[in-house]
Design a protein around this ligand. Structure first.
Ligand code: HEM
Length: 134
C-alpha cells in the first residue's frame, strides 16, 4: 500500500488512540467559538454534528490526497453555511479545530511534517473559500 500522506497519517494515528473524535472536536469548537453552539438545531443536532464531521474528514482526506470528488464538498458547503448563518471565518476555523484536536490526541506523535501539512492545507482551504462568491 502507498505510504499515507501526513494528513492521512494524522487521522490514522488518532484512530488508533480514540474511537470517536466527535465529542473532542465539538468541545474544542464550542470552547473557542461559543456562538457556534446555538447555530445547531436544538433537537437532533447530535446526528447532524456527527455527520458534518465525518463528511468534513472525508473531504479533507480527498483534498489532501487524490481529489477524486469528495473534496468538492468544501466549496459546496460554503453557500449552504452562509444560509445557516455560519460566518466564513468560522467555517474555516472548523478545519483548525480538527487540526487542534488531532494535535491533542497525537501528543508527541504530532510531527513537524504533520504540522506543516496541516498548515498548508488550511492555507489552501482559505484560498478555496476566498474564491466563492458572497
Ligand atoms: C464552525 C464551523 C461550522 C458551523 C458552525 C457549522 C454549522 C452547521 C449547521 C448549523 C448545520 C446543520 C443544519 C441543520 O440543522 O440541518 C451544518 C450541517 C452541515 N455542515 Fe456545517 N458548520 C461548520 C463548518 C462546516 C464545514 C467546514 C463543513 C465541510 C466542509 C461542513 C459541512 C456540513 C455538512 C456536510 C452538513 C450537513 C450534515 C448532514 O445533515 O448530514 N460544516 N453545519
Amino acid at each position: 500500500m502507498a505510504r499515507p500522506n501526513a494528513i492521512e497519517l494524522s487521522f490514522e494515528i488518532a484512530a488508533e488512540r480514540c474511537d470517536d473524535l466527535t465529542p473532542l472536536v465539538y468541545r474544542r469548537l464550542f470552547d473557542a467559538h461559543p456562538e457556534a453552539r446555538t447555530m445547531f438545531r436544538s433537537e437532533g443536532s447530535e446526528l447532524v454534528k456527527g455527520s458534518m464531521l465525518a463528511l468534513t474528514i472525508e473531504a479533507i482526506l480527498d483534498f489532501a490526497g487524490e481529489r477524486t470528488g469528495h473534496f468538492r464538498l468544501i466549496a459546496c458547503e460554503i453557500s449552504s453555511h452562509d444560509a445557516y448563518g455560519t460566518p466564513r471565518e468560522l467555517f474555516i476555523a472548523f478545519f483548525g479545530v480538527i487540526a487542534g484536536t488531532l494535535r491533542e490526541v497525537l501528543g508527541s506523535e504530532w510531527s513537524a511534517e504533520i504540522d506543516s501539512a496541516w498548515r498548508n492545507l488550511i492555507t489552501e482551504i482559505e484560498g478555496v473559500v476566498a474564491l466563492e462568491k458572497v
